[in-house]
Every structure is written in C-alpha cells, then in structure tokens.
Design a protein around this ligand. Structure first.
Ligand code: SF4
Length: 349
C-alpha cells in the first residue's frame, strides 16, 4: 500500500516582531516577500488549495459569502488613461458618458439591491478626483444608503485632504481605491496618476477611520512575478485592506488592453489563493471578469478563499452573472450570504 505523504513544506512570511499586530489574535505583523509569494504560486494546485482552505477556515465561515452590489453613479468621460478602462475619455469604447445620477434614483437602486439580498452597496464615479461639491452630493447618497441598513462603499478617484472625513461623517464604511498592479508594471497601465498618489489616498482613507477596499487586476499582460508583486504590496499595507477585490481583466473594445493575452483561469484561482493566504482576515472579492469564468472555475475560486462577489447583472459598465444565476449556484454549493444590518425603523426612507 502506498504511504500517505505528509503535507509539503510551505513558504512562510518573514516575522517582523517590531511591527503592529495584523489583526486581533493574529500575532506579530508579518511581511510577505515577492519570493515567498512566488513560492506559494508555484505549489502544486491541490497543495495550494489545501493550504488556503486551512487559512480560510481559521479566519472565516467557509460557507458564508458577502454580497456587494455596484452602481455607477457617474459614468464615463474620465480624464485618466487607465489602459483597461472603457470609461476613460481617451478611448473610443461602447460606454456612453452620463452625468451624476439623481439621489432618488441611487436610493431606488439601493433598495432594489437590498431586496435582492445585497449586504453592501458600492457607488462608483468616473472622476480623477472629486470636487468639494461632488463630495457633498456623494455624501448625501452615502447617508441615504446607510439609512437603508446597508454597508456603504464608494470609489471616486483620488481624495484631497479632508474629503475622506466628510464621507466618514456621512456614514461611509469602505472606500475603494485599487493599486491595480505591481509598481514595476504600473507605468505600462496608467500614466496620469502615480503609485504614490494611490498610496496617499489610501492613507487619507485610513486616517479618516474608514475601512479600505483595495485590490487589483490580473490578466493585463503582467508576469506571474508581477502578480506576486501586486499581492506583496497589498499585504504590506499596514494594516492590510479589510476588503481585497481581485479582478480579472474584462477586455473592452477600444481600450489599449483589448487584445491582452488570455489569462489561464487556474492562474486566477492561484491569485485568489495567494491573496487569501497573505491577507487571512480580509474579505477577498471575486470581482470583475466573473462573467467569463465558467462555474467550475468560480467554485475553485471559492475553494481558494474568495468570500465575496459583486452581485447584480452589471458592474460599473461591464456585464456580470445575473442574480438568479448566482443564487442558484450559491444554493447548489450550500453557501449563504452574510446578512445586512436590519434597517433602523426611524431612518428607513
Ligand atoms: S479606472 Fe477610474 S480613474 Fe481610471 S479611467 Fe476608469 S474611471 Fe477613470
């Protein structure tokens, strides 16, 4: 009879006893090097899934999934040049620019999302950086959505000093601002804002006491080492983001990345697993690109530690699996959504 093999040795982060603890009970803050992350990537897939399941189950209910619905409250016409984005005014894409949505329309969409089972409502605006007046409009939307009993998240571009505080006062829970990719690949993707600009906005978000939603996009033609570089950057944020969206490039005609090489779905699964292992307490979101993943690949992503999805038939401007399809899949898997806070009777619109 064949002997049962012991678990293979797995790479570990370097312990840095002088730094702050990562999360309650998580021990000293640990730094993940790109090399250690690459070793995770290179594990046989089943060993990587075994390892990530251990980490996932130690920190999360493995059957619970967080459902976020995303609404584009101001679409297109963005002056930035992000090479993946159909909302950039620099590229001819199918996206039609639209002005900021009226408050009542946003709240109607949030009520619909809540009725469909979403726990968090995320609002995105295609701006380089919002003006003071725009922040006031968004703050009113945040307050209205919060009053529905939902968690709130916005993504508005770079924030100036004080703007994160205004959003926090309005009831914002999360601010999304992605690092997008590794620093060494970054200038191939965006030239109109620097990596440091992004880190500065993340610092303002943290200083205001908001939770950070920060991830990136894979499949833009980067190497595996660059994917590891992105994860190393995210995991070294201090503290790490509470929410980590991992996006798979959606190739939109007219954008410079329309003909990017196809990413192997298993490489995407590996990226989810590596994010889970290096940021164990975070909610890891299977984000854009899910429409192009078959169900088996999505299930592997859940096994790899993804515990959040965008829920609804549209992301900011690209397609997403419909709610019915998602419900059916989650039920078949025996998974259940994390429920939202019940709305307060005094503030329910
Ligand atoms: S990703 Fe955001 S900042 Fe970049 S072009 Fe699109 S909307 Fe503008």
């Amino acid at each position: 009879m064949r002997a049962i093999m012991p678990d293979p040795p797995v790479p570990q982060p370097e312990s840095r006893p002088g730094l702050q603890p990562m999360a309650a009970g998580a021990g000293p803050r640990q730094a993940w090097t790109i090399d250690a992350i690459l070793q995770l990537y290179e594990l046989p897939l089943l060993d990587l899934l075994h390892r990530t399941q251990q980490v996932h189950r130690a920190h999360h209910d493995p059957h619970a999934i967080q459902l976020s619905t995303l609404l584009s409250v101001k679409t297109g016409g963005c002056p930035e040049d992000c090479a993946y984005c159909p909302q950039s005014a620099r590229y001819e894409t199918p996206v039609q620019a639209q002005a900021l949505m009226p408050l009542q329309d946003v709240l109607a969409a949030a009520r619909q999302a809540r009725a469909a089972g979403a726990q968090r409502f995320c609002m995105g605006a295609a701006w380089r950086s919002p003006t003071a007046r725009q922040i006031e409009h968004i703050a009113a939307m945040v307050s209205g959505v919060k009053a529905l009993g939902m968690e709130t998240c916005v993504t508005l571009g770079m924030l100036k000093p004080g703007q994160a505080d205004t959003l926090k006062t309005a009831g914002l829970d999360y601010y999304n601002h992605n690092l997008d990719t590794a620093p060494e690949f970054y200038d191939r993707i965006i030239s109109t804002r620097s990596y440091q600009d992004r880190l500065d906005t993340l610092e303002r978000v943290r200083d205001a006491g908001l939770k950070v939603c920060c991830g990136g996009i894979v499949g833009m033609g980067e190497s595996r080492a660059m994917r590891a570089g992105l994860i190393a950057q995210l995991a070294s944020l201090d503290p790490p983001p509470e929410s980590v969206p991992i996006n798979r490039l959606v190739k939109v005609p007219g954008t410079p990345l329309d003909d990017a090489p196809e990413l192997d779905p298993l490489e995407f699964v590996r990226t989810i697993a590596v994010a889970r292992i290096t940021m164990p307490a975070a909610v890891v979101r299977l984000s854009a690109g899910r429409e192009d993943l078959d169900e088996s690949s999505q299930i592997l992503c859940f096994m790899a530690g993804a515990n959040s999805i965008f829920y609804g038939d549209k992301l900011l401007t690209t397609a997403n699996p419909g709610q019915d399809r998602d419900w059916t899949l989650l039920q078949r898997l025996g998974m259940h959504p994390i429920s939202s806070t019940p709305p307060s009777p005094s503030c329910t619109p």
